[in-house]
Design a protein around this ligand. Structure first.
Ligand code: GRF
Length: 200
């Protein structure tokens, strides 16, 4: 895929509403994140993230084991999209599927995930979306936050790039806490992608 755009290409995998994707779209538009989003891919054809991509004129792909006929075919499609567009950094922003190790090997040290808690706390199986904030509150944690990390083949255990802390407030609900964490997510992910692009 040839393009005259000199900015490094990134791609974003989402399964949900895509507010983190939107933050990346906005920051590439202002130039604060000197990169272009070559495509957005979701395993969920109805994902709001795909709508956001289309609205921004970014190619939006619905790719899953179902759409491609098998998980292996979906994996091959993802790899070919990465190669075709010369993706420098792959960003998981609310992507609910396990990423095949072949993809992590394709982009060593350049697959980034964002998690709405301070890993290793409140991570791992079942810890996504509001479940994370429910667990933080149920445990009585006084602090939570955002983790940006590289994906290793052991998934949530890749090297941590950045963490930012968010205080838990008396009376917080999973919704109120999640909303405050999300604001920090939106301000953090693009900065770590920029730094990663600068040093890779
Ligand atoms: C975010 O909280 C992110 O940390 C987690 O999934 C959520 C995605 O939200 N991995 P959105 O689709 O970006 O709004």
């Amino acid at each position: 895929m040839s393009t005259s755009d000199p900015r490094p290409a990134i791609a974003v995998l989402c399964s949900g509403g895509g507010s983190n994707l939107q933050a990346l779209i906005d920051r590439t538009a202002t130039g604060e994140l000197p990169a272009r989003i070559a495509w957005v891919l979701s395993n969920n054809g109805g994902a709001g993230a795909l709508e956001r991509a289309r609205t921004a004129g970014i190619p939006a792909y619905h790719v899953s084991g179902k759409t491609e006929g098998s998980p292996e075919a979906a994996e091959a499609r993802l790899i070919s999209l990465i190669r075709e567009h010369g993706i420098r950094v792959l960003v998981l922003a609310g992507y609910m599927k396990a990423l095949p190790t072949s993809v992590i090997r394709e982009l060593p040290g350049r697959v980034v995930n964002i998690h709405p808690a301070l890993l290793p706390a409140f991570g791992g199986r079942g810890m996504y979306g509001h479940h994370v904030h429910e667990a933080v509150l149920a445990r009585g944690a006084q602090w939570t936050g955002v983790t940006i990390h590289l994906l290793s083949e052991a998934y949530d255990e890749g090297p941590i790039l950045r963490q930012r802390v968010v205080a838990v407030r008396p009376g917080d609900t999973p919704e109120s806490l999640g909303a405050r964490v999300l604001v920090v997510e939106h301000d953090t992910l693009w900065r770590e992608i920029r730094s990663l692009l600068e040093r890779t």
